[in-house]
Design a protein. Structure first.
Length: 221
């Protein structure tokens, strides 16, 4: 249905922007079902080397599942990427080209910067893991073809990143760092031998019992 008021596209875009930035502040995930056979011991150094390899890969094709927002098909080449909504009533495409990000929702278009979007592209997550990995462990194997790794990130490093996303006011006052102490950023990555990444979950585990729950799930081709 056509929008009848001039401010409505701006309001809708603002909701999208706020939701994407705050996703890391509000979420956690339900634990995955687990089988009995764990992967051999992993170390932070092993994880760093894998992230370096992932960052050097020229192209990633993937599907992204966002809580309450449906599925997106995506591709990242270098540092640029495109996301397209799947099976939604209104078309939605998000494209990063250089330093600008363009959001096209139906007939409405808006250009923003990367800071306003937090983490969406796979390589942004890989870089985040590479720079902030604190605790790592092997996950129990879900099948004979996959091995899993769980990575918890350093809360201080998470706070620094949140400050950049949320703006100078939050960064200078320390609000972002304080917020980061209320949750734990956790990644689960699943590989087919030897190191082909097939799935990744970005999770935020609240440290309070009433914390809200959600997750971002990537499936790679």
């Amino acid at each position: 249905m056509a929008l009848t008021r001039k401010e409505e596209p701006e309001v809708k875009m603002l909701k999208w922007r706020v939701w994407l930035v705050l996703l890391l502040l509000l979420s956690a995930c339900e634990p995955a079902s687990q089988a009995a056979r764990p992967e051999p011991k992993v170390t932070a150094e092993m994880v760093t080397k894998r992230m370096e390899k992932h960052l050097s890969q020229p192209e990633w094709k993937f599907t992204l599942q966002l809580p309450g927002q449906g599925r997106f098909k995506g591709v990242q080449r270098g540092t640029d990427w495109t996301l397209k909504a799947v099976q939604q009533k209104e078309t939605l495409t998000i494209t990063k080209d250089g330093t600008a990000i363009q959001v096209v929702k139906g007939k409405n278009k808006e250009t923003m910067n990367q800071r306003q979007f937090g983490l969406l592209a796979p390589k942004d997550h890989f870089r985040f893991i590479e720079g902030a990995a604190m605790r790592v462990k092997a996950l129990p194997a879900q099948n004979i073809h996959e091995t899993g790794i769980q990575v918890d990130l350093n809360s201080d490093q998470v706070g620094k990143r949140l400050g950049k996303w949320m703006g100078a006011a939050f960064e200078k006052t320390g609000a972002a760092n304080r917020a980061a102490q209320n949750f734990r950023v956790r990644y689960q990555l699943w590989y087919q031998a030897p190191d082909k990444l097939t799935r990744m979950k970005a999770q935020i585990v609240p440290l309070r019992e009433n914390g809200k729950k959600a997750e971002m799930v990537y499936t790679f081709q």
